[in-house]
Design a protein around this ligand. Structure first.
Ligand code: LRH
Length: 447
């Protein structure tokens, strides 16, 4: 029996609709629609959510008849609905400056970590809400919906909060997997803003007669499902605009050491914990490329490979906002303002590889889980220079691919919910190992 599913996958720079045709041990995917995701700056930096929704609808039309639809996107951002269900303003982008310097009054970091298990990141919804809660718009809001949940609401009329993405808000209790009443009341916001939780695999509703199914709607949760690992001794890097670097665990690590090292315990599919750190990822390179008029990436990386390494702290928050990135990288590296694109690219790649290593090493130390391979999935798996530098830095083999791990993870959870494929995450990953192209990079230096 073959069934077809549509995966809507929205990333920070582009969105796509993929169709997956799945049999018990076979999965074939096809991209039917791809579109740019271009934020708009007005008084704040916003997502152009209506354009995204139009593109999603267009993609679903191109997908044709499917057995179900699943949606995933970047985490932490949300739209507010009024009492009639209308959207109040365009969702604000997590790179907007409104969370600069925002503190959570009356919630000590230790208590926060012990409840939500999250690294302290100003982009997390809890800080965005702290920055927004006294605005007139917030005063009349009745519901807060994360981006995939907002799109699902428009498609089906149903209201809920998918668990893996809700776990990135900072307002979910890492133990109970429910909204945390103590945190919500400490923040002094209405508990009724937060809808009931949907678990991945649950049916959300119907769009024009087609089922909409909850998947790991946090793109990183779907990407981790899509890691073609064998056994449990692996680290993953979901590498795109961000590098999400970490381990899949059975329970959270909530020690003081883990909090100080800024490791996060995000909710994964099937009750797993995504124990990881947000590393800056390819964002600085993407921003530089935009400035340089989008040169050929293959050519740029070949030239970068011949340059001398210069290392910076790629996780410095100075690199978070958009615009004028090349000058910021050059300054941090002590390079002249007119340093060549190849040199700056090499600097970003080496610095990223070192940040990957630091996170892989710390994740092992803090969790006690030993790792003997690093999987790189997502767009970064195509970047041969980064994959090799990461293997060298970690002193471990890097297994690169699939590039479309997120869409695959999304599709596999739909396929399992529809009964065409069976088993736990290990079984789903076996299907990926048997069907997807994976490239192995050996570490070329012993550390
Ligand atoms: C990656 C991602 C990441 C979040 C960030 C906001 O797309 O979802 O996991 O931390 O975007």
């Amino acid at each position: 029996m073959t069934k077809s599913f549509a995966a809507v996958d929205l990333g920070a720079s582009s969105g796509r609709v993929m169709v997956g045709r799945v049999q018990s041990r076979e999965i074939q995917i096809e991209e039917v629609h791809r579109f740019a995701n271009e934020p708009v700056r007005t008084t704040n930096l916003h997502w152009d959510i209506l354009s995204l929704y139009r593109e999603v609808k267009e993609g679903l039309k191109k997908a044709g008849p499917v057995d179900s639809i699943g949606i995933d996107s970047w985490a932490v951002d949300y739209g507010l609905l009024d009492a009639s269900g209308a959207l109040l303003g365009n969702p604000v982008h997590y790179r907007d400056g409104r969370t600069d310097g925002v503190e959570l009054d009356g919630i000590p970091d230790e208590n926060l970590y012990d409840t939500n298990g999250l690294q302290k990141l100003p982009i997390n919804t809890i800080y965005q809400l702290a920055a927004a809660k006294d605005t007139p718009q917030f005063g009349i809001a009745r519901r807060m919906l994360l981006i995939p949940d907002l799109l699902a609401y428009w498609l089906t009329g149903e209201i809920g909060a998918e668990y893996t993405n809700a776990s990135t808000t900072g307002l979910l209790d890492v133990r109970t997997r429910e909204w945390s009443s103590p945190l919500i009341s400490a923040l002094k916001i209405k508990p009724s803003l937060f809808p009931p939780i949907w678990m991945p695999g649950a049916t959300i509703g119907e769009h024009e007669g087609t089922k909409v199914v909850a998947v790991g709607s946090h793109d990183t949760a779907s990407a981790v499902v899509g890691v073609p690992a064998e056994g449990e001794n692996f680290a993953y890097i979901s590498c795109g605009t961000w590098s999400l670097v970490g381990l899949e665990l059975n329970g959270p690590v909530l020690s003081a050491e883990s909090r100080k090292a800024n490791f996060t315990n995000e909710g994964g599919v099937d009750g797993t914990i995504r124990y990881l750190r947000n590393v800056m990822g390819l964002w600085p390179l993407q921003e530089c490329m935009r400035e340089w008029g989008s040169p050929d990436i293959g050519d740029l990386l070949r030239k970068a490979a011949r340059e001398k390494p210069v290392v910076i702290d790629i996780d410095d928050p100075v690199f978070m906002p958009p615009g004028a990135m090349a000058a910021r990288v050059a300054k941090a590296a002590g390079l002249p303002a007119d340093a060549s694109p190849a040199l700056l690219t090499r600097c970003i790649m080496d610095s990223l590889a070192l940040a990957h290593r630091k996170a892989v090493e710390q994740a092992q130390q803090l969790s006690g889980r030993h790792v003997d391979a690093v999987h790189i999935v997502g767009g970064g798996a195509r970047n041969e220079l980064l994959c090799q530098l990461t293997a060298d830095a970690c002193g471990l083999p890097v297994l690169a691919g699939p590039v479309e791990a997120t869409a695959l993870g999304n599709l596999l959870i739909q396929a399992r919910a529809a009964g065409v494929i069976e088993g736990d995450l290990a079984a789903l990953r076996t299907v990926l190992r048997e069907t997807q192209q994976i490239v192995r990079y050996q570490p070329s230096t012993r550390r």
